[in-house]
Design a protein around this ligand. Structure first.
Ligand SMILES: CC(C)(COP(=O)(O)OP(=O)(O)OC[C@H]1O[C@@H](n2cnc3c(N)ncnc32)[C@H](O)[C@@H]1OP(=O)(O)O)[C@@H](O)C(=O)NCCC(=O)NCCS
Length: 181
């Protein structure tokens, strides 16, 4: 039997939203998200530690993916709303799954959890047509396949040219999620 025919059964897991700062548990859970990000972006991929935690972390919504029953933290993603003259959108960033847990659809499920949250948040803010999600995908480079093809599979489309972010090539990608019933 070839590899393609092997069914990869994901470990039992949960995806939780880190509660807001005033809630018990916020600090510990946010630190667990950041530990996953450091393992992936700093240790594995070589991005500078100084840029990993930024000004958006205190106010963003964060998700943590944990294996059960061990509660080992293995994946994370975050989102925040951006309002500017051109309209509003949600920024997706800091998506990371530990290397040994990839290709179990955990990355996909984290993005879908963020999409569900953004749809509810937008509806509650009076939006009725669609939700715009923007991310800056890593592009392929010497030691990384990038994530453009991953985001395409989730409905994202490239906008504009490649640009430098934190010293590596990135591509702006946008998804528009219809709110029509
Ligand atoms: C990108 C990342 C989050 C994907 O997580 P994952 O759990 O391995 O991905 P999934 O198993 O959910 O993959 C979903 C689909 O995307 C595909 N895919 C996964 N990673 C991909 C990549 N880097 N490039 C192209 N396709 C990819 C999978 O084959 C799968 O395809 P299928 O639905 O046709 O079977 C993970 O590789 C990662 O953490 N990478 C390092 C950090 C990073 O690059 N983050 C993104 C920053 S912009």
């Amino acid at each position: 039997m070839g590899d393609d025919a092997v069914l990869r059964v994901p470990p039992t897991h949960e995806i939780i939203i880190v509660p807001p700062p005033e809630h018990q548990g916020h600090h510990t859970l946010l630190q667990q998200c950041i530990q996953v990000r450091i393992a992936v972006f700093v240790t594995e991929q070589g991005f500078p530690l100084e840029v990993e935690v930024d000004e958006h972390d205190p106010t963003a919504t964060h998700w943590l993916l944990r294996v059960l029953p061990s509660l080992e933290s293995i994946g994370t993603i975050r989102a925040y709303r951006v309002e500017n003259a051109g309209g509003s959108y949600y920024k997706l960033s800091r998506l990371a799954v530990l290397q040994e847990y990839r290709h179990y659809k955990f990355g996909r499920n984290l993005v879908l959890a963020l999409h569900n949250w953004a749809e509810v948040h937008a509806r509650n803010s009076g939006v009725t047509d669609y939700v715009k999600i923007v991310c800056h995908s890593q592009a392929a480079r010497a030691n990384s396949a990038g994530a453009i093809a991953f985001y395409r599979k989730l409905g994202y489309k490239e906008e504009g040219d490649l640009f430098d972010e934190d010293g590596e090539p990135h591509q702006k990608m946008v998804a528009r999620l219809s709110l029509a019933e």
